[in-house]
Write a protein that binds this ligand. Structure first.
Ligand code: C2E
Ligand code: MG
Ligand code: MG
Ligand code: MG
Length: 284
């Protein structure tokens, strides 16, 4: 790979050569570092779960939370899931990480119940690798039974892109989730080219409108039109909608006018460690 890089870079002059190869090398070194560090990330107890509340726009009640994975590595410091999840997907490490997230989430629900705290439904992000390789509905059913937690307290988030990577398997998995009482939402909706024909075959509970459309919807007529169209589509298909990445009162007001069902974003709260989330948003 280095040879090819040097060959094509040489044609463009000496300066380009050093820049190109150095960048390539540091990127692959970083990936290798992360891969190695991820290897025993669970034994080293470097992973934790954060919780971001989701609010009903009609009642103002917090009715659920999204579970977001955090990695504080001793060697590498804090690494964003946007960086390490794709690497874990390439190596297959996402399977053990994903199972850890599910177990910890269900364990958290159990702990709240035992402390006399009324939990809210928790939404877990799923990688398409997980539902392609594992029998997820069975794994989840076992965990719910083991911890004696009702399936209605669990929701799965699958990105539109991930669902469309293998639509048949996605439909099959979602139907099995539905059968055990676990809901499925479509994450980052609007960015993944879904076929509307497939969409209506999925047992989808809600569409999560991608934050890229919410960001400028108060100033950009195109973004506004897309958000409005997604909400209408969901209403017609009997699905709920949630806006991701809501940061201002103006966005919130506009979403209420459009009859969006729920919101999530820094305007309400950033993702929080479990004790902060429980103290601020759960009823004792
Ligand atoms: P996502 O599932 O779409 O999660 C939403 C992301 O937006 C989170 O980033 C969240 O912290 C961020 N966010 C929330 N509100 C706001 C806001 O108002 N403004 C802005 N600018 N950002 C906001 P985070 O936690 O860094 O996660 C990034 C992505 O990593 C997630 O996107 C998800 O795709 C993936 N991820 C996180 N945890 C897991 C996990 O347990 N399993 C899998 N497979 N993927 C995960
Ligand atoms: Mg998500
Ligand atoms: Mg999202
Ligand atoms: Mg995302």
């Amino acid at each position: 790979r280095a040879d090819t890089a040097m060959y094509s870079a040489k044609k463009e002059g000496r300066n380009r050569l050093t820049f190109f190869t150095a960048e390539m090398q540091s990127h692959s070194e970083r990936v290798l570092l992360l891969e190695n560090a991820l290897h025993d990330v669970i034994e080293k107890q470097e992973l934790s779960l954060f919780f971001q509340p989701q609010m009903d726009l009609k009642t103002g009640q917090v009715i659920a939370a999204e579970v977001l994975l955090r990695w504080h590595s001793k060697e590498l410091g804090t690494v964003s899931p946007a960086e390490f999840i794709p690497i874990a997907e390439d190596t297959g490490q996402i399977l053990m990480i994903g199972e850890w997230v599910l177990r910890e989430t269900i364990n958290q629900l159990k702990n709240w119940q035992e402390q006399g705290i009324t939990p809210v439904r928790l939404a877990v992000n799923l990688s398409p690798i997980q539902f392609q390789v594992q029998n997820l509905p069975e794994i989840i059913k076992h965990l719910l039974d083991e911890f004696q937690v009702p399936a209605t307290l669990l929701e799965m988030e699958l990105t539109e892109r991930g669902a469309m990577a293998d639509p048949q398997k996605a439909i099959e998995t979602m139907k099995a989730f539905q059968q055990i009482g676990v809901r499925t939402s479509i994450d980052d909706f609007g960015t993944g080219y879904s076929s509307l024909n497939y969409l209506q075959q999925f047992p989808i509970y809600k569409l999560k409108i991608d934050q890229s459309f919410i960001r400028d919807m108060t100033t950009d007529a195109n973004d506004y039109a897309i958000v409005s169209a997604i909400i209408s589509l969901a209403q017609q298909l009997g699905m709920k909608t949630i806006a991701e990445g809501v940061e201002t009162q103006e966005q919130l007001t506009m979403l209420q006018e459009l009859a969006c069902d729920e919101m999530q974003g820094y305007y309400l709260s950033k993702p929080l460690p479990s004790t902060d989330f429980q103290n601020n948003f759960l009823a004792h």
